[in-house]
Design a protein around this ligand. Sequence first.
Ligand code: G4P
Length: 286
Amino acid sequence: MPGSIIQWFPGHMAATRRLIRENLGSVDIVFELLDARIPESSRNPEIKSLLGDKKTVIILNKADLADPEKTKLWETHFRQNENTVPVPVDCKSGKGTREIMDAARHLLREKLQREREKGMKKPIRAMVVGIPNVGKSTLINRFAGAKKAQAENRPGVTKTKQWVKASAELELLDMPGVLWPKFEDVVTGENLAMTGAIKDAILQSEEIACLLCARLQALYPLSLKERYKLSDEQLQEEPYELFLSIGRKRGFLQGGGVVNEERCSAVLLDEFRSGTLGRMTLEVPK
Ligand code: G4P
């Protein structure tokens, strides 16, 4: 199923790659946004080679929705590279945004020192990259203090790049969403679908909800149990049966006591994506 979304928009992807390459020379640093719930799956596999040894702040965004213990594991993982500094951030509340600037100043300390010695005070120029829906506009609005970046959530829609003057110290280059040219790993597609990076219109939401049931059964069974008042037996059911049990428990029934699967999947996915089910992370560093 998620295999069918592998070849989206190759033209947009090539344009994004070209834009990044062309503009890398005019920025000091990259702000790469990842979804803290799926840091690996939300990372474009080509980005590493595209960025080379460019200093990069890895923004683990939506950290408010992610499992704090697993976020720590990801921080350790991304600290292994001397050119990257990870920062868990909740762009919605602004928590962690100050630390992004601390990380940028740290990574650019030699350059900033040289400029200070020459009596220069230039703003840090940062390129903002990340997949659609990861929170780029929200981050830019946070820094710029106003609705400077237009939210555009439809995957595959290419915006043009734009410079945003965030403050005297920071200028941001907003880049169009980076999409996957190809991802062979089915789990990556599933993770993106479950967290909502890929819109439900592309995939059947009932299928995604069942995938989510299977994953949460393995990773966060107690949260499922508590939220939907499930018995231990129900928690052991096959994912589709478990999904139906959740529907029955929540009373999402239509004629003849049949579970309304559409409503059940909409609620389940919404409760996961909004953090109502708890703070959850779907993958850990390999
Ligand atoms: P993009 O530019 O990268 O495409 O993403 P955008 O900023 O539009 O954000 C996509 C969605 O993610 C938005 O929700 C936004 O509010 C939410 N978001 C961004 N950062 C965070 C974060 O750190 N934590 C949480 N919990 N959510 C975040 P939306 O449903 O599209 O809009 P709305 O609910 O804000 O109205």
